[in-house]
Write a protein that binds this ligand. Structure first.
Ligand SMILES: Cc1cn([C@H]2C[C@H](O)[C@@H](COP(=O)(O)OP(=O)(O)O[C@H]3O[C@H](C)C(=O)[C@H](O)[C@H]3O)O2)c(=O)[nH]c1=O
Length: 180
């Protein structure tokens, strides 16, 4: 496994351990001591996955304190553009966006620290995104920022989205009551 911290503090790209043989392949996405040795101390409490058609956008999501969470995401089928927005007021990269292609082929993961909003656009049908998160789901603290309100070019005009995501608050609105 190879860990590379991005310009956004605490946001790491992970090249997963992967081997192939005549049967197929084997990929490892988590090892506690390797993560700890690379400053990733989050203990995962829940894991879930979603399957998305091409051109689906999910996000930008986060849980509010005290249920805010570190999140690791990776793709076991298909390809996505994963997008992160730094919401931490004291961060040098507050308001900065990071994006990366995550895919079954690249076998890469993204470790996202609490205080960041997360979303993605699916580039293929049936893109399967797995999440490992460090706090359990808390519906009352489930929040988000609208996909088209923070200056990122998703390179799509009519994405497939949930009504919930279409009606999330704008980043300018969120800034007035930012708890991070
Ligand atoms: C996250 C979650 C959701 N749910 C329920 C709530 C809804 O009834 C249903 C789908 O939830 P939602 O529409 O929020 O799922 P996504 O839009 O795919 O959100 C996900 O994708 C974006 C990009 C993320 O970063 C979020 O962490 C992740 O929640 O599952 C649960 O019961 N438990 C959970 O932990």
């Amino acid at each position: 496994m190879k860990f590379t911290e991005t310009e956004i503090k605490g946001l790491f790209i992970i090249e997963d351990f992967h081997v192939e043989d005549e049967r197929g392949s084997f990929t490892k996405t988590y090892n506690r001591s390797l993560f700890k040795n690379n400053k990733l101390k989050g203990k995962f409490k829940e894991s879930f996955y979603s399957v998305s058609k091409r051109d689906v956008i999910r996000g930008m999501h986060f849980q509010l304190p005290p249920h805010d969470q570190d999140k690791m995401v990776y793709v076991t089928r298909g390809k996505i553009i994963d997008v992160i927005l730094d919401l931490r007021k004291k961060s040098k990269t507050y308001g900065q966006v990071f994006s990366i292609e995550l895919s079954e082929e690249k076998r890469n993961s993204l470790y996202i620290p609490k205080g960041c909003a997360h979303g993605f656009k699916s580039l293929e049908d049936d893109s399967t995104v797995v999440y490992d998160v460090t706090t359990v789901h808390s519906p009352e603290s489930d929040s988000g920022i609208r996909w088209d309100s923070f200056g990122y070019d998703w390179k799509t005009n009519i994405p497939l989205m949930s009504e919930k995501d279409k009606n999330l608050m704008e980043f300018s609105e969120f800034k007035k009551k930012n708890p991070f």
